[in-house]
Design a protein around this ligand. Structure first.
Ligand code: GDP
Length: 728
């Protein structure tokens, strides 16, 4: 059978024909502009999924960007696209299976930090990642963030140093950056041959061969390469690199260590297998290089994905817990176990409608089966299943453990929901998402659109957990909150395109947060007895600070029924409502633990409303006694500038309450790293331009929330009173 026939048979087979060990679920993660899109596009081209090789022309405005995404179609922005690759490299680890292609699912991980939520949720479902770095800029702040997320979700990685053709490209610098800034056990498996406009190909260190692209026309198969002897000038370096690689592997891998000790020759396949073992255990990062734009290095990159990144069975199984208990349950990658999957992205396809992309962890699911959602306690019938292959949408009949596919036409599913067998009532740990840092009031241009706008915003917030929408109780304004101005601008753009609502928005405001510094008890009573049937609700709570990033937890600690069971949810609702609009200055409360400890009830007068009110009062009462503080978002800022402006820029950062983390020289420029409160960063683009005559550049991303210092607290609180829209 030809590759294509094998693939089609595999996709449509009622029983799995596609061996799990030949599947790779990967993401391509990078700092914006490092070349993630170009690399993805080239991979899809070389794997035969798209037939025209296009180049990215970078637009700056949001609409340009959205248009571009649209034009390049769903291929690249789709949540997950499936492609196939047969290893051609002589010494490919999986060469023995040639004829059966590997199936590679590329899961989209956006580069812009405004979309951290998407990065987080895709990391959750990846088995491995290609981290793309710019050969000139090396490790940039967003690359660090993405790297940390990959570490948090235990995602094995290989690194691709891209843009080797650009002026200033320096492979060794990028490698050192990885070791220094990311603390990565990173070792090259390929070295560049030449750099900048002389970049010609790569040295395959493991096989001690040179791979040289072109010259020649780009054909339907892309740019051809030739395997050659290593150029004389690089022979010594290539030998040293192999010795260093073997040494690095032998430090961590027993088999290679033994072979080194016994002075046995280590052949390419044995070495590759050891690199694979270490990479899958996240103990090593193989480093490659190339120029996606010039189409050099892409085929070997896909070979390396297959060689070094894990299949779903090479990684530890996922875990979940029984609903309402801490009981941990293992979810083994096994077709014959109960079905369990995670919905990781909702996406509206222009042709197929609403899609829910999901990753199957265990079991199998066929068209016509039911799935169960533990969050809503609802069952739904699966009428259509689909995968996206290039620009094609392919209907499939079944999915198996380790697969990534899309459900079509299901409602009531949110990002992060577990979908499983009804008898296997399990909740996979959903990804955690950062708190929004910025908010703004929004209203439709025409009053008649208000309902349509709320509905649109609600839908968008179901898709994107870092996008919040709520109504300000005092002003009745609708407030949207997210990870940055671009994030909220794109939401407005989507409102217009997808929901046909034009909206005006207020100035962006800082999304402050509230929390507490110590434990305290509080009590709330809602008692009315004025003839007829009264109201009676009474609750006691204890609040404690929760670990940073853990959010709000509400626990029922009532023993002996001082509040009847049926009223506990009402008390909890009250607590959650009070938390939303804050207690101290009207901002949302984060990172606290609330236990409902005691209360009382009245046989006749008690009802849900009374207990909800009691919950609100009790929380407020406890919170006020618990040392409340105001938190503000702090950004990680990196400024790149010619030396002569360093002094002025440092002074300016100090005035903005910034804390300098480091000043380094890089590529003839100075790089300043600082942590600066977001509140002080408005207008920074203009300031930096005028301080450096337009020659300095900066990027920033949310770092964490920190206490607002007393020196500015009054100003912030006064401003909050004047601008209730800012609250979130
Ligand atoms: P993304 O933001 O990470 O998705 O990056 P893109 O793929 O959109 O690339 C950003 C810019 O860098 C575009 O103008 C690309 O043409 C350019 N670019 C990408 N890869 C390379 C490369 O290998 N060499 C050069 N010279 N430019 C590249």
């Amino acid at each position: 059978m030809s590759d294509a026939a094998v693939i089609n048979a595999a996709l449509n087979s009622p029983n799995r024909q596609y061996p799990l060990e030949l599947t790779r679920n990967i993401g391509i993660a990078a700092h914006i502009d490092a070349g993630k899109t170009t690399t993805t596009e080239r991979i899809l081209f070389y794997t035969g999924l798209i037939h025209k090789i296009g180049d990215v022309d970078d637009g700056n405005t949001v609409t340009d960007w959205m248009e571009q995404e649209r034009e390049r179609g769903i291929t690249i922005t789709s949540a997950a696209v499936t492609c196939f690759w047969t290893q051609k490299a002589e010494e490919g680890l999986f060469k023995t299976r040639a004829g059966i292609a590997h199936r590679i699912n590329i899961i989209d991980t956006p580069g812009h930090v405004d979309f951290t939520a998407e990065v987080e949720r895709s990391m959750r479902v990846l088995d491995g990642a290609v981290a793309v770095f710019c050969g000139v800029a090396g490790v940039q702040p967003q690359s660090e963030t993405v790297w940390r997320q990959a570490t948090k979700y235990k995602v094995p990685r290989i690194a691709f140093v891209n843009k080797m053709d650009r002026t200033g490209a320096n492979f060794d610098n990028a490698l050192n950056d990885m070791r220094k800034k990311l603390n990565a056990y990173a070792f090259p498996v390929f070295l560049p041959i030449g750099a900048e406009d002389q970049f010609a190909g790569v040295v395959d260190i493991v096989n001690q061969k040179a791979i040289v692209w072109g010259p020649g026309e780009v054909t339907n198969e892309g740019l051809k390469y030739e395997v050659q002897e290593i150029p004389e000038a690089l022979k010594e370096k290539a030998k040293d690199a192999l010795a260093e690689l073997i040494d690095a592997v032998s430090n961590k891998d027993d088999l290679i260590a033994e072979m080194v000790l016994e002075e046995k020759p280590i052949d390419a396949v044995t070495l590759k297998a050891a690199i694979r073992r270490l990479t899958c255990k996240i103990e090593m990062v193989p480093v490659l290089c190339g120029s996606a734009f010039k189409k050099k290095g892409v085929q070997v990159l896909v070979d390396a994905v297959v060689d070094y990144l894990p299949s779903p069975i090479d990684i530890p199984p996922a875990y979940g817990h029984e609903l309402g208990s801490e009981n941990k349950l293992e979810v083994p990658t096994d077709d014959n176990k109960q079905f369990c999957s995670l919905a990781f992205k909702l996406w509206t396809d222009p042709y197929a409608g609403k899609l829910v992309f999901f990753r199957v962890y265990s079991g199998q699911l066929k068209k016509g089966d039911n799935i169960y959602n533990p969050r809503t306690r609802r069952r739904e019938r699966v009428s259509r299943l689909m995968v996206i292959q290039g620009s094609e949408r392919k209907d499939i009949d079944a999915v198996y453990s380790g697969d990534i596919a899309a459900l079509v036409g299901l409602r009531n599913i949110w990002t992060g929901d577990t979908l499983c067998d009804e008898e296997f009532d399990i909740t996979l740990e959903p990804p955690t998402f950062p708190e929004p840092v910025i908010s703004m009031a929004i209203e439709p241009k025409t009053k008649a659109d208000r309902d349509k706008m709320s509905e649109g915003l609600q839908r968008l917030s179901e898709e994107d957990p870092t996008f919040h929408v709520f109504t300000n109780e005092e002003t009745s304004q609708l407030i949207i909150a997210g990870m940055g101005e671009l994030h909220l601008e794109i939401i407005r753009d989507r409102l217009k395109r997808e929901f046909k609502v034009e909206a005006d928005s207020g100035a962006p405001q800082i999304a402050y947060r509230e929390t507490i510094t110590k434990g305290a008890d509080g009590e709330g009573k809602f008692i009315r007895q004025s003839g007829g049937r009264g109201q009676y609700g009474h609750a006691c709570v204890r609040v404690e600070p929760n670990e940073k990033g853990k959010g709000v937890e509400v626990i029922n600690d009532i023993v002996g029924g001082s509040i009847p069971r049926e009223y506990i949810p009402a008390v909890e609702n009250g607590i959650r409502e009070a938390i939303k609009s804050g207690v101290y200055a009207g901002y949302q409360v984060i990172d606290i633990k609330v236990s409902i400890t005691d209360g009382s009830f009245h046989e006749v007068d008690s009802n849900e409303l009374a207990f909800k009110m009691a919950g609100i009062f009790a929380l407020k009462n406890a919170f006020e006694k618990a040392g409340p503080i105001l938190l503000e978002p702090v950004m990680k800022v990196e400024v790149t500038t010619p030396d002569e402006y360093q002094g002025d820029l440092l002074g300016d950062i100090n005035r903005r309450r910034g804390v300098i983390q480091g000043v380094d020289a890089k590529g003839g420029q100075t790089v300043l790293n600082a942590h600066v409160p977001l509140a002080e960063m408005f207008g920074y683009a203009t300031a930096i331009r005028s301080l450096s005559k337009g020659r300095a550049a900066y990027s920033m991303e949310p770092l964490n929330f920190e206490q607002v210092p007393n020196s500015v607290l009054t100003t912030v609180l006064d401003a909050a009173k004047k601008k209730p829209a800012a609250r979130s």
